[in-house]
Ligand binder design. Structure first.
Ligand code: SAM
Ligand code: DTB
Ligand code: SF4
Length: 338
């Protein structure tokens, strides 16, 4: 049996154990590594909407699908400053700017650096997701004060070509290496409900665990099916499978932030509560994700209040010892017996 296989098997054993055993273990490890009863709010801003040349079969922003979304190019620094101030006033400590690019065009990249500086100057953690970047661009973002770069592997390597044909998982991992080598935090996760098998879901988690630079945050999205995309009629993810996935990620990447991401609008308050119990400690706040709807701010505040959660304050700039510390440890072998 190879090491790879045994890690996969341990992940699967964790995922498949009785539900309450799984979430109890995950919760225990969560409170050992993170402040109790705390959630981080992150705000998304779509800084370049639509007309993307990639063919990601879930994405409303691909130019290949007729989804009727509004398209736009980069906003001004003033527009971003205003959005950042509003996000901060609403409790967010991270501001994440997303662009529908395969890779950022040269002419736009320096403008993105200016937008990052705006976010940093307002005292928020800055994150961007711009598609594939090279080593020089990663260093440029680090210099500008960026905290994290979001680049999802999205699904299992063995399922990748069924979901996206215009790039490979290795392209994705190459960008993630540039990001990690530049000293940026990696934000990397994926989407549940893309037609993956249970084994492929385990392979997805295994891939996250084996990354050269482990992810500091792991967004777990559930597919938001959008009319016009190839996955428009896909069956929704069972919320218990979402909770199991979050708990398993918490067990195998104990120090990472786990972000309950797209698809939250379809969850009941009770399902969201289980996600937080199982180890999620961040979520997107604000009534829009990139192109699709998200939960109302006032509903989120009521839920946060009902669960007696506190909202995390900005942690940036990260103390050097935290940002350089390895953010994952192979602990899962020892937690099964908790
Ligand atoms: N173009 C860049 C890229 O692909 O990395 C950045 C933007 S892209 C929209 C960011 C992430 O949004 C994707 O990796 C995917 O995980 C998520 N996403 C896009 N469409 C989604 C959908 N319909 N449901 C859930 N997540 C989605
Ligand atoms: C991530 O993993 N999820 C966010 C963020 N990173 C950029 C994006 C979700 C997008 C959902 C579909 C949309 O609104 O277009
Ligand atoms: Fe483009 Fe990103 Fe959407 Fe793929 S997920 S089509 S790369 S915006």
């Amino acid at each position: 049996m190879t090491t790879e296989h045994s890690l996969r098997q341990r992940i699967r054993d964790c995922y498949e154990q009785p539900f309450f055993d799984l979430i109890t273990q995950a919760h225990q490890l969560h409170v050992a590594h993170h402040p109790k009863n705390e959630v981080q709010l992150a705000t998304l801003s779509n800084i370049k909407s639509g007309l993307c040349p990639e063919d990601c079969s879930y994405c409303p922003q691909s130019a290949r699908y007729n989804t009727g979304i509004d398209t736009w190019q980069l906003p001004s620094e003033d527009e971003i400053r205003q959005q950042v101030q509003e996000a901060k006033a609403n409790g967010s400590s991270r501001f994440c700017m997303g662009a529908a690019w395969r890779t950022p065009p040269k002419k736009d990249f320096s403008k993105v650096l200016d937008l990052v500086r705006v976010v940093v100057n307002e005292g928020m953690e800055a994150c961007v997701t711009l598609g594939m970047i090279d080593a020089e661009q990663a260093h440029g973002l680090k210099e500008a004060g960026l905290t994290a770069y979001n680049h999802n592997i999205d699904t299992a390597p063995s399922h990748y070509k069924d979901v996206i044909t215009t790039r490979t998982i290795d392209d994705r991992l190459e960008t993630l290496n540039h990001v990690g080598s530049a000293g940026l935090q990696i934000c990397c996760g994926g989407i549940l409900g893309l037609g993956e098998t249970l084994e492929q879901r385990m392979e997805f988690i295994e891939t996250l665990c084996q990354m050269e630079h482990p992810p500091a945050s792991v967004p777990i999205n559930c597919l938001v099916p959008v009319e016009g995309t190839p996955l428009a009629d896909t069956k929704p993810v069972d919320p218990f499978e979402l909770v199991r996935t979050i708990a398993t990620v918490r067990l195998f990447l104990p120090k990472a932030r786990v972000r309950l991401s797209a698809g939250r609008l379809s969850l009941s308050d009770e399902a969201q509560a289980l996600c937080f119990y199982a180890g999620a400690n961040s979520m997107f706040s604000g009534e829009k994700l990139l192109t699709t709807a998200n939960n109302e701010l006032s509903d989120d505040m009521v839920l946060i209040d009902k669960l007696n959660l506190s909202i995390q304050q900005p942690t940036c700039p990260l103390p050097r010892e935290i940002s350089l510390e390895r953010l994952s440890e192979p602990v899962a072998g020892s937690v099964v017996a908790v």
